[in-house]
Design a protein around this ligand. Structure first.
Ligand code: NDP
Length: 275
């Protein structure tokens, strides 16, 4: 079954399921992304900080797929953000990817102590208006950071990419996104291996009921909440597993049981202190 497209607030759309390449070794990334494209993925999430943009671009260019059927996201590195070198960073990403444009360019972290994220956002708006990137967004922004960039520019980010999984559900942030027309993207959708996928009865029971794996149930939970996801999988079996989530549906009671697992405790990096 086809991956749904989610409409962004700038009239572009994004495949709801993609493939993430955080911690995929640069030396193997081209092969891994080629395998992901062969498995049906059409959306790749990378970042300058992952040191594998060149390999992602090589895989995209090596594929027979028309460029407009692929969606590539990359992100401003914290070092470039700190230096205020927004345009240089964008140009280096485009050169590394060796593509004509980037589909979605994100400010990777707000780094509030650096006090440059509003300036970065102003420059990102220029990138979009110049046609260098189709869409612009942010990552790891909290409500006060979103308020600040919207108040300064009037431009609402297309997405905010944040840590989000059954154990940390970002309810207040998601409500803000919904009220402002921002698409929620989940990083660490499977919890980054920080908790055992089958350790919660709500997940294990739904997996047994549908004849699916715990990972497929968790990803399906994201999909039914309207979240954009791009699980990372280096194992080919995981890559295929994560793509096969469009042939079943969780019932409202199953969704509610997973909703109830929220601890409201982030497990990954803190947007206030990662500066
Ligand atoms: P994920 O939650 O996607 O977890 C990846 C882990 O889950 C890997 O160990 C993988 O194993 C395992 N896994 C994948 N599929 C399955 C499966 N079907 N069954 C069991 N285990 C599975 O974590 P990520 O941190 O990679 O998050 C996804 C993406 O989000 C990243 O790749 C990156 O693109 C983005 N990200 C963005 C951040 C940001 O600050 N904006 C921060 C972190 C991530 P294996 O590899 O062995 O297959």
């Amino acid at each position: 079954m086809a991956v749904p497209q989610i409409q962004l607030n700038d009239n572009h759309s994004i495949p709801q399921l993609g493939f993430g390449v955080f911690k995929v070794d640069p030396g193997v990334t081209q092969g891994v992304v080629e395998a992901a494209l062969a498995a049906g993925y059409r959306h790749i999430d990378t970042a300058t900080g992952y040191s594998n943009e060149a390999a992602v671009g090589a895989a995209v260019r090596a594929s027979d797929l028309p460029r407009d059927q692929l969606f590539v996201t990359t992100k401003l590195a914290n070092a470039d953000h700190r230096a205020g070198d927004f345009r240089g960073a964008y140009e280096r990403s485009l050169a590394a990817l060796d593509l004509d444009y980037i589909d979605l360019y994100l400010i990777h972290w707000p780094m509030p102590a650096v006090e440059k994220y509003v300036a970065a956002w102003q420059e990102f708006i220029h990138f979009r208006d110049e046609g260098l990137t189709k869409s612009i967004g942010v990552s790891n922004f909290q409500i006060e950071h979103l308020d600040a960039i919207i108040a300064a520019t009037g431009v609402v980010p297309a997405v905010n990419q944040v840590e989000l999984h059954p154990v940390f559900q970002e309810r207040d942030l998601r409500a803000y996104h919904d009220a402002h027309g921002i698409v929620t993207e989940a990083w660490g959708p499977l919890g980054q291996g920080r908790w055992a996928l089958d350790s919660y009865p709500a997940i294990a029971a739904a997996a047994a009921a549908h004849g699916k794996s715990p990972a497929q149930v968790i990803l399906r939970w994201h999909i039914q909440h309207g979240t954009v996801i791009f699980p990372k999988a280096s194992a080919p079996a995981h890559m295929a597993d994560n793509f096969a989530i469009f042939d079943f549906e969780l019932a409202p009671a199953e969704l509610a049981a997973i909703d109830a697992l929220d601890t409201n405790q982030r497990l990954g990096g803190n947007p206030y202190t990662n500066n």
